[in-house]
Ligand binder design. Structure first.
Ligand code: ADP
Ligand code: MG
Length: 692
C-alpha cells in the first residue's frame, strides 16, 4: 500500500492498536504528523573504525563478522548474557549483550554486521557492551546521524525512528511547499522536502543546520503571520468612538493620587478609546504597580459614554477582590457594579444575567463564567482581562464576541515579559508599561534558607506577628502524597497545605491564629478565610498558590514559600508581590531542601533583585519559555521546533518577512498563499476559531 500524508499510523508495519494508542499520546495519528514531529536531539553514528584503530571510549561503527556461535548464559533470575566473538581484518573482540537473549539466534555465524558502540580494553581483552548491531545489508540506524525523539511509554526511539524513516522515504516529497518561492530565495531557505528529510535523517551537519533553519523560520513565520492577521483584522474593524470626559472627575474618586506611570497609561488609553478604532492594549506592570486603577478608569470612561465594561479575572478570589475594591469606588460616580463567578448560582445568577442584558450594570466583574452561553450584554464597549497570561488568545476573542461590534480590549499582565517575547506573544496588541510603584514601598527583603534554618524561621514568624504583622506560608501541594521531588539522595515529600496547617496549629504556633486556604475548598469557604485574613483575624495563612495573583492585604509583611525550588522565578516573584503592599518592611523566605547547587543559585536571583523584568529574563534563560509561563498558559500555539528564547535572530527575520508579505497580501487571500494560510490556521487551530 502506498502512503500519503493523511494515512493513519496504524497502516504502518509494526503498528497495532496498542502502539497506535501510545503514538496518539504524542499527538501522532497520521504520516503527516509523524513527519512534523521533529527530533529533540541527534546521535552521531557515522564515525567508523577497525578493531585495531578504534579510539578508547568514543562510540564508533565497526564492520564485524560473527566468528563463532553466540553463547547464552543465565547469571541469575532477570540477568541473561549473550557473548559473541566478532572479528575484522585487524583483530577480534568480544561483544556482551545484557537481557537480549534473542540475539543468540539472531546473530549468525559468518554474517557481517555494522556494530555501533564503545570499544573498551586492550589486545585480547577488547570488548563492547550492548553495541547496536545491524546486518550489513540491512543497515538503517548505524553509519548515519540518528534522530532522538521525545518519547512516551510504549514508544521507543527505535520504533519512532523506524516509522519516521519509512515515512520520510515514501512521503517527504508529498510535503507541500508553503513558503513562496521569492521568500525562500530572499532568506536562503531550503525547500520543504529537503528540510523534512534532513531534519529527521540528516545527510551531514550542514544539511541538518540548513533544514532546521528552514523549519524554525517557517514556524516563526506562521506564528507571526497569524498574530499579524489578528491585528489587521481588528485594525480594519470600526471601533466605538468614545468621547473624552475630564480626567479630574475620575481622579477625584480615588483615595490617592496616581503615579506618573499610571497617568501616562491613562493618557494612552484615552487616545485609543477616542480614536475611532478599537483599542487593543496590553498593560504590563510589576505586581503592586496599580494596574487595577487603570481598569477602573476604562470602566469609568465606558460608563460615561453609555457602554458596559466586563472585567475578567483568572480566579474567583481575584474577581471577588476586584469587586470589593472597585464597587465602592465607582459607585461614588453612580456606576452599577456586578459580580459573576462560578459561585454565583441559581436565582442570583439569573438576576445578574438579566441586569447585564438590560444594561442595568455598568461594570461586570467575573471569571470564565463571563464566557458562559447565557451571558449577554446590552452594550458591551470594553473588555478587560486581568493576568492575561492565563487566558488564551481564543478566550479573549470569545469575550469580545459578546459585544455587538468590536469592543475595546485592555489586557493587564503582571508577568513581566522580556521585550523580545512580548513582541511575539502580544504581537496583536499595543503595549503600555507601568514602570513605577506607588510611593512608600520598600523592596521586599528575600532570603533562601535550607531545612536547618526552619526553627529560626518559625521564630521570625512569631516575632513579626508579635509586632502586629501577618504572614503567608505557601505550599506546593494541597494534600499529603500530592507529589514529591526526586533528589539524588531520595525523594523529598512536598509540603502539603492541609497537614502543614494542622502541624502549625497544634505544634508550632498553638498560640497563634492559623488559617488555611487552598484550591480544593469551596469558593465560599475560601472567601471567608481570605476575608478573615484581610480583616486581621488570622495571624498566619497557610495556602497553596491560589493566593498567587492579585490578593491584597497590606498588613501582611512576611511571605514564606515551602519547597521553593518547585516554582519558577517569575511565579515566586508574583507570590512575593503579595507582601510589601503596606508601609511595613516586608520579607520573603524561600525554604528549600534541594541539594542542587543550581537550584539554589537560581533562587538566589530573587534575593538579589526586585525587578520583575530582570527576573523574567533570568527565568527564561534558565528554564525556557515553556516553564516560564507555566504549562502553556501563555495562550500561544505549541511550537514544534522553534525556541522563542533561543531563536531570536530568526524570529526577527521571520517577523520582517511576515510584515512584507502581509503588506502585499493583507489577508493571505491570493491563491498562491492558500497553502500558507492553511498552515497558519493549523498552527492556531487549538486556540479556538480565532480566524473566523
Ligand atoms: P497590581 O498592579 O498588582 O494589580 P493593584 O492594582 O492591586 O496592583 O494595586 C496594589 C495596591 O496599591 C492596591 O492596594 C492599590 O489600592 C494601591 N495603589 C494603586 N495605585 C496607587 C497609587 N497611585 N498610590 C497609592 N496606592 C496605590
Ligand atoms: Mg492585579
Amino acid at each position: 500500500m502506498s502512503l500519503t500524508l493523511k494515512t493513519g499510523v496504524e497502516a504502518l508495519p509494526g503498528v497495532g492498536p496498542a502502539r497506535a494508542k501510545a503514538l496518539a499520546r504524542l499527538g501522532l495519528t497520521t504520516v503527516g504528523e509523524l513527519l512534523g514531529y521533529y527530533p529533540r536531539d541527534y546521535e552521531d553514528r557515522r564515525k567508523s573504525a577497525s578493531i585495531a584503530s578504534a579510539p578508547a571510549d568514543v562510540p564508533v561503527c565497526l564492520t564485524l563478522m560473527v566468528a563463532e556461535p553466540p553463547r547464552l548464559s543465565r547469571i541469575r533470575k532477570g540477568l541473561e548474557l549473550v557473548k559473541v566473538r566478532l572479528v575484522d581484518d585487524t583483530g577480534s573482540l568480544t561483544a556482551t549483550f545484557f537481557n537480549q537473549a534473542y540475539l543468540k539466534d539472531a546473530l549468525r555465524t559468518g554474517e557481517t554486521y555494522v556494530c555501533f558502540g564503545r570499544v573498551e580494553g586492550e589486545g585480547a581483552r577488547r570488548q563492547m557492551t550492548n553495541p547496536v548491531c545491524e546486518r550489513m545489508d540491512k543497515v538503517r540506524f548505524t553509519g548515519r546521524i540518528l534522530p532522538v525523539y521525545s518519547l512516551t511509554h510504549g514508544v521507543s526511539n527505535n520504533l519512532l525512528a523506524g516509522l519516521t524513516l519509512r515515512c520520510v522515504e515514501e512521503c517527504a516529497g508529498q510535503v507541500e511547499e508553503s513558503l513562496p518561492h521569492d521568500l525562500r530565495q530572499a532568506h536562503q531557505l531550503a525547500e520543504a522536502e529537503f528540510a523534512v528529510r534532513n531534519v529527521h535523517f540528516p545527510a551531514d551537519e550542514d544539511a541538518l543546520a540548513v533544514a532546521r533553519r528552514r523549519l524554525i523560520f517557517e514556524e516563526l513565520f506562521y506564528l507571526t503571520c497569524g498574530m499579524a492577521l489578528l491585528r489587521t483584522r481588528r485594525d480594519k474593524a470600526a471601533g466605538l468612538p468614545f468621547e473624552r470626559f475630564p480626567e479630574e472627575d475620575f481622579l477625584n474618586l480615588l483615595p490617592f493620587s496616581l503615579t506618573g506611570a499610571q497617568r501616562r497609561v491613562i493618557g494612552e488609553m484615552t487616545a485609543d478609546l477616542c480614536s475611532g478604532s478599537p483599542m487593543n492594549r496590553l498593560v504590563q506592570g510589576d505586581v503592586g504597580s496599580g494596574k487595577t486603577m487603570l481598569a477602573a478608569y476604562g470602566a469609568w470612561l465606558a460608563a460615561k459614554n453609555g457602554y458596559q465594561c466586563a472585567l475578567m479575572a483568572p480566579t474567583e478570589l481575584l474577581a471577588e477582590q476586584h469587586y470589593r475594591s472597585l464597587a465602592p469606588l465607582l459607585e461614588q460616580a453612580g456606576m452599577r457594579v456586578g459580580l459573576l463567578t462560578g459561585a454565583v448560582k441559581g436565582k442570583a445568577r439569573k438576576t445578574v444575567y438579566a441586569a447585564m442584558g438590560r444594561g442595568e450594570l455598568d461594570l461586570i466583574i467575573g471569571t470564565h463564567a463571563l464566557l458562559s452561553e447565557g451571558v449577554a450584554f446590552a452594550r458591551l464597549g470594553l473588555v478587560v482581562t486581568d493576568e492575561q497570561h492565563r487566558f488564551g488568545v481564543g478566550q479573549r476573542a470569545a469575550l469580545s464576541a459578546k459585544a455587538n461590534g468590536t469592543p475595546h480590549v485592555l489586557v493587564m499582565s503582571a508577568t513581566p515579559i522580556p521585550r523580545t517575547l512580548a513582541l511575539i506573544i502580544y504581537g496583536d496588541l499595543d503595549v503600555s508599561v507601568v514602570d513605577e510603584l506607588p510611593p512608600g514601598r520598600s523592596p521586599v527583603e528575600t532570603y533562601v534558607v535550607g531545612e536547618d534554618k526552619r526553627q529560626r524561621m518559625y521564630n521570625f514568624v512569631r516575632k513579626l506577628v508579635g509586632e502586629g504583622r501577618q504572614a503567608y506560608m505557601v505550599c506546593p501541594a494541597v494534600e499529603e502524597g500530592d507529589g514529591e521531588d526526586q533528589e539524588p539522595g531520595g525523594p523529598v515529600p512536598l509540603k502539603a497545605a492541609v497537614t502543614y496547617a494542622e502541624t502549625l496549629r497544634t505544634q508550632v504556633f498553638p498560640d497563634l491564629r492559623v488559617g488555611l486556604v487552598h484550591g480544593k475548598m469551596k469558593s465560599k469557604e475560601k472567601d471567608a478565610v481570605m476575608t478573615a485574613f484581610a480583616a486581621g483575624e488570622l495571624d498566619v495563612l497557610v495556602s497553596t498558590t491560589v493566593i498567587e495573583v492579585g490578593v491584597d492585604v497590606p498588613n501582611a509583611a512576611l511571605m514564606i514559600v515551602e519547597n521553593a525550588d518547585r516554582f519558577g522565578l517569575s511565579q515566586l516573584h508574583q507570590l512575593r508581590g503579595r507582601v510589601g503592599r503596606g508601609k511595613h518592611q516586608s520579607y520573603c523566605v524561600l525554604v528549600t531542601a534541594t541539594r542542587s547547587q543550581d537550584s539554589r543559585e537560581r533562587l538566589r536571583v530573587l534575593s538579589k533583585t526586585n525587578d520583575g523584568f530582570k527576573i523574567a529574563e533570568e527565568d527564561l534563560r534558565l528554564r525556557g519559555p515553556g516553564d516560564f509561563f507555566g504549562s502553556r498558559q501563555h495562550g500561544l500555539p505549541q511550537l514544534g521546533i522553534a525556541d522563542l528564547a533561543g531563536d531570536m535572530r530568526v524570529l526577527k527575520e521571520a517577523q520582517t518577512a511576515a510584515e512584507e508579505l502581509l503588506r502585499a497580501d493583507p489577508g493571505l487571500t491570493e491563491p498562491e498563499h492558500a497553502g500558507l494560510l492553511a498552515r497558519v490556521k493549523r498552527l492556531f487551530a487549538e486556540q479556538g476559531d480565532v480566524f473566523n
